[in-house]
Design a protein around this ligand. Sequence first.
Ligand SMILES: [Zn+2]
Length: 264
Amino acid sequence: MKSFFKKGISLVLGLALVSLLFTSNTLYSEAKSKSSAKKNIVVVLDPGHDTTHTGCHYENFEEGIANLYIAYYCKAELEKYSGITVYMTRYGFECPYGADPDSKSSCLSARVNYAKSVKADVIVSLHNDYDPDLDASQNGSKVIVPNANYKPDICVAGTTLGQSILTQLTATGLNVNNWKLCPNGTGIVTRDSESSKYPDGSAKDFYALINQSKTAGFPCVIVEHAFCTNYSDRVNHLSTPEQYQQLGIADATGIANYYGLTLK
Ligand SMILES: [Zn+2]
């Protein structure tokens, strides 16, 4: 009788323990799934320049057109992934913001304001480069990322994203550009303004898109895919829609890898 009673107690205790473990496990996994539940990522692609603010042109290469091609291909590739919404700051050759040709800065501000209006997590601005001295040795890809000032977490995010994109671009055969304005050999560069400051007194990022995005609370990276003034870059990477597609897919893969997205 005594041992039956004991057995009964231990059975009840055992069941209580199992149910407690089960409950806490359930709670733990619920909490875990909530914390790891990914929110939808909003990416704004910014095809640099337009007909009012033309970019670089050399031989048969027109930057504003090339950037638009790359952006369309990048968007199409990104939309193969789950959990992402992609917008573009322009879908045609014209400036959609009514900016006048003498006011490049108002056009750039309008692009950041557009990104804010769609609650962007990031702006990825798509460009190509030109060496003003026609120095043909300048070639390859680099990504200009936010500096470490004012909001260092935005620098970390932009640097990691920039590296992820650069890894994909070099896989297409492009070199890492050792930019002569910032020859650090990594292809991940920052550029400070010499005069403008953030509210904490530190040097602003030089590029308006980057400093205005940082102020708004999200990173912006500027991808300089290749140099139109370098023969190999121009002929092998900047001449055909297929080559622009390859660059757009590389950008998209870099973005998707950074956010840990999976294909639909
Ligand atoms: Zn440009």
